[in-house]
Design a protein around this ligand. Structure first.
Ligand SMILES: NC(=O)c1ccc[n+]([C@@H]2O[C@H](COP(=O)([O-])OP(=O)(O)OC[C@H]3O[C@@H](n4cnc5c(N)ncnc54)[C@H](OP(=O)(O)O)[C@@H]3O)[C@@H](O)[C@H]2O)c1
Length: 290
């Protein structure tokens, strides 16, 4: 997380290198700022806010975050936000490293349907802190009569078994205090004709997250459920078509717009950092479920 320029003088004092990262006293100091707002001089207030920013930045510093599905869309936004907050990040997916890829984030090719490759991937990564899985298939809606079972199974193999496989092979390498965040989708609980495959696989991921939160405890396992988010998941379309779709979909939900990757990334980062959250399904959908 960036520090406002007015606070850099304080940050530059080397407090992070001095081992203060994540220390409760600094957090408490930040809380006192809020209590004492009315009684402080501007100079003291600036000092105390600086301490609060250091605490926040330190939370992700020295953490290793793995994002599977991280080379595009929501996953890429998570990778970039975690890196911006000081984490070391490895992003994985089937595609080659995109041309505009940020140099500080490692990109690895991985197919979550390849059991042996997923095992090898985590053995290569070694010990790490946070796993995020956003890998998901692009599949059309289909009514039961038109459903092609092989396509449905292939989709499940990425979205459900891909996430299960990732957690299975990652768990042994995850450090104490780490977290797993999986990805479902609003259709898990918003059912409609033609959505049977998508709804069923998203619901499966949510139950998977809750079950693993108990089985793998104290490792924390949570699920983010995105609503309509403007990404490649919408399939190939022209800019005009994409704009029209975003406008139409956004007009139908309470916040009046579709989501962006950065909206979602904030929720994944929160789940990595909040040590009291496990077994949760966090809806980030602009109110789309209502
Ligand atoms: N965007 C939305 O409106 C929306 C709504 C609800 C839920 N979601 C869920 O959010 C998650 C992220 O989607 P997104 O919107 O960010 O779309 P996206 O940009 O298409 O991201 C999906 C990622 O999954 C990766 N992937 C697909 N198959 C894979 C495989 N076999 N192995 C490894 N990686 C694989 C893709 O990369 P490669 O093809 O390079 O492997 C891609 O990077 C998905 O689970 C999706 O179902 C999205």
């Amino acid at each position: 997380m960036g520090i406002p320029s007015g606070l850099r003088w304080f940050h530059g004092g080397g407090a992070t290198e001095g081992g203060l990262c994540g220390s409760q006293p600094i957090f408490n100091l930040g809380l006192k700022v809020i209590q004492a707002l009315g009684q402080l001089s501007a100079r003291r207030l600036r000092r105390m806010m600086g301490a609060l920013f250091i605490y926040w930045e330190c939370i992700m510093k020295n953490q290793l975050v793995v994002v599977i599905g991280g080379l595009s869309g929501i996953g890429r936004a998570v990778a970039e936000q975690a890196a911006a907050e000081g984490a070391r990040v490895i992003a994985a997916g089937r595609r080659a490293r995109p041309a505009d890829w940020p140099s500080q984030i490692e990109a690895v090719q991985l197919d979550v349907t390849d059991d042996a490759a997923v095992q090898r991937f985590f053995a290569d990564v070694g010990a790490f802190d946070h796993l995020v899985v956003t890998a998901g298939p692009v599949i059309p809606s289909s009514r039961l009569a038109d459903l092609v079972p092989e396509q449905a199974m292939a989709a499940f193999n990425v979205k459900v078994f891909g996430q299960l496989r990732a957690v299975k092979y990652a768990a042994r390498y995850m450090k104490a205090g780490g977290s797993v965040t999986l990805t479902s989708g609003l259709l898990s609980r918003k059912v409609m004709p033609g959505g049977v495959v998508k709804s069923t696989m998203n619901a499966a991921v949510e139950v998977m997250g809750k079950t693993l939160a108990k089985e793998l405890a104290p490792l924390r396992v949570n699920v983010v459920s995105p609503g309509m988010v403007e990404t490649g998941m919408w399939g190939p379309m022209s800019d005009a078509e994409r704009g029209a779709m975003a406008q139409r979909a956004g007009a139908g939900i309470p916040v009046g717009r579709v989501g962006q990757g950065s909206d979602l990334a904030q929720a994944y980062l929160m789940l990595m950092q909040n040590g009291f959250m496990t077994g949760a399904v966090v809806d980030v959908d602009g109110g789309g479920l209502l």
